[in-house]
Design a protein around this ligand. Structure first.
Ligand code: IPM
Ligand code: MN
Length: 363
């Protein structure tokens, strides 16, 4: 297997965590005789500073010519005063649009070993295994008109979806549910928003193509609560762009840290892989960042772009093993936990590589 992976590490902790993800992928490739080619490119704040734009032309061209793109994180406090269209985040939004992936898969799961790390009680989160399918190319993020009219003291954004945009992401979510516990929860605000009413009607139409899957609809406000008091009752959760952004961060409470969550965006020309967490400028460069979300994102590259299921599963098993052995980054060392070893970002990456070697060699 040969994969050309463009790495856009970006800002803040992005470079630290993607370094570890790339090192783990290299280890897996060398053990399995696969060749992974990595091509580092700039995006976000670092690109604004060096190239004068958050998405340089060479980054975009390389990404479009690759098999997969691994993104670290974008954004930083020094850019907060910029208007939305000039911010680091625009680089990512343009990249998402150009690559075309509209279905952002965000698994949220409870690790047995991290039960005490979560502020939720173990009996509530135990066994939670949710797959969020977040629509990534529509809604408030991209709708027009959008403007902050400073003179008039008015601002607006537009939540816009076409029926086709809803149907195509719903189809992916239903297919994924078929391969899991066959339940799909669609989240909307259909008691207030026309967009949500169309969303719900379209999801119901697509549901007819998947008779084996049970569908339920939830309002987003109720969902925000149910997610915390009955997370186990969800399988696939389908929702629009902004609701998915918010609920996926909330779901990090189940896992214990935002630093644990990976994501994969599929359905377009080139798949885009990003950990769910942001650039965390407050801890950047200190060796405190948790690289496991990025490492698990690397596993998703092997699964969805390389078809290397065994290798992806080996990375996931290694992460579990490392946690089982009591190794933690600072974000995971909360709660009343004894006999833990707190590791830096690079030490944690090295631990995963060490473990994966024993797994793949003994397999
Ligand atoms: C995410 C992030 C991005 C988003 C930002 C950085 C544009 O929060 O991937 O969840 O809102 O989609
Ligand atoms: Mn987010």
């Amino acid at each position: 297997m040969h994969l050309k992976i463009v790495v856009t590490a970006g800002d803040g902790i992005g470079p630290e965590v993607t370094n570890e993800a790339v090192a783990v992928l290299k280890e897996v490739a060398s053990l399995g005789g696969h060749t992974l080619e990595f091509d580092a490119r700039r995006i976000g704040g670092v690109a604004i500073v060096r190239d004068g734009t958050p998405l340089p032309a060479d980054t975009l061209a390389a990404a479009l010519d690759s098999d997969a793109v691994l993104l670290g994180a974008v954004g930083g406090n020094e850019f907060n005063a910029l208007p939305p269209e000039e911010r680091p985040e625009v680089g990512l939004l343009k990249l998402r649009t150009a690559l075309g992936g509209f279905a952002n898969l965000r698994p949220a799961f409870a690790f047995k070993e991290l039960e005490v790390t979560s502020p939720l009680r173990p009996e509530i989160i135990d066994g939670t295994d949710i797959l969020f399918v977040r629509e990534l190319l529509g809604g408030l993020y991209f709708g027009h008109p959008r403007e902050w009219n400073r003179v008039a003291g008015e601002a607006w954004n537009t939540m816009h979806y076409t029926r086709d945009q809803v149907a195509r992401v719903a189809r992916i979510a239903f297919k994924l549910a078929q391969g899991r516990r066959k339940k799909l929860t669609s989240v909307d605000k259909a008691n207030v928003l026309e967009v949500s009413q169309m969303w719900r009607a379209t999801v119901n139409e697509v549901a007819a193509e998947f008779p084996g899957v049970t569908v339920e609809h939830q309002y987003v406000d109720a969902m925000a609560m149910h997610l915390m008091n009955q997370p186990r009752s969800y399988d696939v959760v389908l929702t629009e762009n902004l609701f998915g952004d918010i609920l996926s961060d909330e779901s990090a409470v189940i896992t214990g840290s935002l630093g644990m969550l990976p994501s994969a965006t599929i359905g377009g020309k080139v798949n885009l892989y990003e950990p769910v967490h942001g650039s965390a400028p407050d801890i950047a460069g200190k060796g405190l960042a948790n690289p496991l979300g990025a490492i698990l994102t690397g596993a998703l590259i092997l699964r969805h772009s390389g078809g290397l299921e065994a290798e992806a599963a080996a990375i996931e098993a290694s992460v579990r093993k490392v946690l089982e052995l009591g190794f933690r980054t600072t974000d995971l060392a909360r709660g009343n936990q004894q006999e833990l070893t707190v590791l830096s970002t690079t030490e944690m990456g090295a631990k995963v590589r060490e473990t994966i070697k024993t797994m793949l060699v003994s397999a």
